[in-house]
Design a protein around this ligand. Structure first.
Ligand code: PPS
Ligand code: MG
Ligand code: MG
Ligand code: MG
Length: 355
């Protein structure tokens, strides 16, 4: 449902260039889709488990949206959320009896202000990850995970512009949009300890897809020769040090040029076996947020891969909204051989870059 909401908003955004996008205090972007997905998922989780029983950690808040000058923005969110919830029955779910009011929608968004932590269960939601990619008509993801006593136990990643067909990323280009091409994006999901991860096509009512019979098992790539491996990194230099990653790549013997992709679709690509390595080196002082990683990390691990910080330690999702204590960066690989090589190359490159 959330993916279908995003597709509608992305289409509108690209055709009208409208005022559905705002800048946040840190200059990053937020759109009608980010708030609307957060409200919709929050409402559905509360409906399913009872609002008193759930803790949701999510990226967005209602600061901008509840200002009096934001009334037209709020109206767009209200319309997107109610439009989406009115289709719930088509997804086998139950929506509200009557459309939600603006205050109910603001409440649903602000229900997601939990800060997670070591004890109990916490849902972790990034309503639109890769908002920049979303606004540019490119890759983005809707990411939901469940943390139980500090461990990620469920991960779901909706990737509307990542085709279910083989080589799904290569099929995508701005000029040849997946959606307009009749190709269908994917939803990937997994459960901790299952050793399995699944991918299904997004539901299209005109295509009558039969879920779960249309779901396929996914698995990481078996390529372990660095010369044949593909590595992914964020598109924006401000989100990851491209030149440091290039040094690590060359030291590790990687030959291909980096695949720059917005959002957690990078983790999805490793889990699906369409790339072997994801490196992310945020500038020092930036603290990674749990919602940018939880679902993607579990997908890679259960599909057979390895994810650690650049010092080789597991990521710790039990310390609140941030991934505390990350050593230099995050490395996700399809297997331990490549992972060891990359970690070794990080040490070598770090030493030489700090001489
Ligand atoms: N300075 C800095 N350093 C590192 N990471 C940052 C930084 N600023 C933001 N973010 C977070 O990065 C999320 C987007 O990551 P991407 O991998 O999609 O980056 S990129 O757009 O491809 O460059 C993005 O997620 P969304 O806000 O959901 O898009 C942010 O949470
Ligand atoms: Mg954001
Ligand atoms: Mg994000
Ligand atoms: Mg986001």
């Amino acid at each position: 449902m959330a993916c279908s909401l995003c597709e509608k908003v992305q289409k509108q955004l690209l055709s009208t260039n409208s005022d559905q996008v705002k800048s946040k205090d840190d200059d990053s972007l937020v759109t009608v889709a980010d708030w609307s997905v957060q409200a919709t998922v929050s409402w559905m989780l509360s409906k399913s488990f009872g609002s008193k029983n759930i803790s949701i950690v999510a990226e967005e808040d209602i600061q901008t949206l509840s200002k009096s000058e934001s009334s037209s923005l709020l109206a767009m969110v209200v319309s997107a959320v109610n439009g989406c919830l009115s289709e719930a029955s088509r997804f086998g779910l139950q929506g509200p009896e009557k459309p939600l009011s603006p205050s109910q929608i603001l409440e649903a968004i602000s229900q997601c202000s939990s800060r997670g932590g070591l004890l109990g269960q916490h849902w972790v939601l990034d309503p639109v990850d890769g908002t920049l990619g979303f606004v540019r008509g490119d890759q983005y993801a809707v990411a939901l995970a469940l943390i139980d006593d500090g461990e990620v136990v469920l991960g779901v990643l909706g990737c509307p512009n990542y085709s279910v067909k083989d080589n799904g990323l290569n099929k995508y280009s701005r000029e040849n949009r997946v959606t307009s091409n009749g190709e269908v994006g994917c939803v990937m999901y997994t459960r901790k300890g299952s050793g399995k991860a699944w991918m299904q096509p997004l539901i299209r009512f005109d295509k009558r897809l039969d879920w779960p019979n249309s779901a396929k098992l996914i698995r990481v790539s078996s390529v372990d020769d660095p010369a044949l491996a593909t590595f992914c990194e964020p598109v924006e230099k401000s989100n990851s040090d491209h030149s440091f990653a290039a040094g690590v790549a060359s030291t590790a013997g990687l030959r291909k040029k980096p695949l720059r992709v917005y959002s957690m679709v990078k983790y999805a690509a490793i889990a699906r076996g369409e790339a072997e390595i994801y490196m992310r080196f945020a500038r020092s002082g930036y603290k990674e947020k749990i919602w940018d990683h939880a679902a993607g990390v579990l997908l890679v691990i259960e599909a057979g891969g390895v994810v650690t910080d650049a010092g080789g330690c597991q990521l710790d999702f039990s310390r609140g909204i941030y991934l505390e204590g990350i050593d230099r960066g995050i490395i996700a690989c399809s297997g331990s051989k490549l992972h060891e090589k990359i970690i070794g190359a990080v040490y070598a490159s770090w030493e030489s870059s700090n001489l």
